[in-house]
Design a protein around this ligand. Structure first.
Ligand SMILES: C[S@@+](CC[C@H](N)C(=O)[O-])C[C@H]1O[C@@H](n2cnc3c(N)ncnc32)[C@H](O)[C@@H]1O
Length: 261
């Protein structure tokens, strides 16, 4: 049996802990955990200390190659690319405590609104050589940049120069994907996204929707617009979380859902 005197001594010790010391210890513990996460190679993204701050990064699939002048950092012989939350809404979601992160080694993703490929490039790092990102973009000028700077260097990206309103015309998408990510800033984007999920998202697959509240209706309060868009999803999706992207992106929210179908 346990000595009752010992139990009391332990209790006294806990109660007398200096709160400043406790906070310092907690900080050190967080630091150790993040450093440890760098050591594990099954991580999707990594925290790296740069300029006195912990920053998100991904392991560069194409060492030496920069996409948007992001900083490259070599640690223990591995090259990482810092992932700027002011340039990527997925990174902003992580900074704002995203809980569901289904992107990992071998994940298949359908990404609508690739633009010049900032976010797509980090997803390409994460899913690795055995994963695949089908990246849809309809504007030819940005698509050319995307091809030159990103897609030609990365064999796991399949660029699709098409209108996301016509998913039947993406001839290169085969099979179902694990994640559909939508960032096309169109007033009817939720319906476009649902149509794409119906065609390509597997059951229980994840859905990421970036809502740019001003592009849907400038006259309504942002919170209300997000709620209205979420309502449109409830039939076919289980809503997992909704994240305000402030201060990284004004008037944007990220909704994460699971496809029930
Ligand atoms: C806000 S930007 C995307 C930024 C990008 N997701 C990133 O994080 O790096 C929106 C992009 O969606 C594209 N887009 C808008 N409507 C589209 C449509 N119907 N089909 C395909 N792309 C579309 C635009 O041309 C633009 O490049």
């Amino acid at each position: 049996m346990k000595d009752p005197v010992m139990v009391i001594e332990e209790k006294v010790e806990i109660e007398m802990k200096d709160p400043v010391m406790a906070k310092e210890e907690e900080k050190v513990q967080t630091q150790i955990e993040r450093e440890r996460s760098l050591e594990e190679d099954n991580q999707s993204y990594f925290w790296i200390k740069s300029e006195g701050e912990q920053k998100i990064s991904t392991e560069n699939l194409v060492p030496g190659n920069q996409v948007y002048k992001e900083k490259l950092i070599i640690k223990k012989g591995i090259e990482y690319r810092l992932w700027d939350p002011f340039r990527s809404k997925l990174a902003a979601s992580i900074m704002n405590k995203l809980e569901n992160f289904p992107f990992k080694n071998k994940t298949k993703v359908l990404y609508l609104g690739a633009s010049t490929g900032t976010t797509v490039s980090h997803i390409s790092d994460i899913v690795g050589p055995s994963g695949l990102v089908f990246a849809v973009e309809h504007a030819s000028r940005v698509a050319r940049d995307f091809l030159d700077r990103v897609a030609t260097h990365r064999s796991n990206i399949m660029p699709i120069l098409q209108d996301a309103r016509k998913p039947k015309e993406y001839f290169s998408v085969f099979g179902k994907v694990d994640v559909v990510y939508v960032d096309i800033a169109q007033p009817d984007q939720t319906q476009i996204a649902i149509d794409n999920c119906d065609m390509f998202l597997k059951k229980d697959g994840f859905f990421f929707l970036v809502i740019k509240t001003r592009s849907i209706d400038v006259t309504k309060a942002p919170k209300r617009i997000v709620e209205e868009e979420i309502e449109k999803l409830r039939d076919k999706f289980e809503i997992l979380e909704s994240i305000d992207l402030h201060p990284y992106d004004k008037d944007h929210a990220m909704v994460i859902a699971k496809y029930k179908n």
